[in-house]
Design a protein. Structure first.
Length: 69
């Protein structure tokens, strides 16, 4: 997700709070950008979790088991 897209999300959010609100095309753009942002967050978090391991109380390192899709 680029900084320009995040700025556009914020711009649309600010405009939606004004009395004139958003047009239908702006609402569609906002939804598309928000979904793209959410997907980026989920992807980044999944990547981080894939590289984590757990250490139990005995000091054994347990690799994370990948979930089945």
């Amino acid at each position: 997700m680029t900084d320009e897209k995040i700025q556009r999300i914020n711009e649309l959010a600010r405009k939606s709070k004004t009395p004139e609100g958003l047009t239908e095309s702006e609402k569609a753009e906002q939804l598309k950008l928000r979904n793209e942002y959410r997907q980026s967050i989920v992807s980044n978090l999944s990547s981080q979790l894939d590289h984590c391991s757990i250490v139990d109380e005995k000091g054994n390192v347990i690799k994370k088991v990948k979930k089945k899709s």
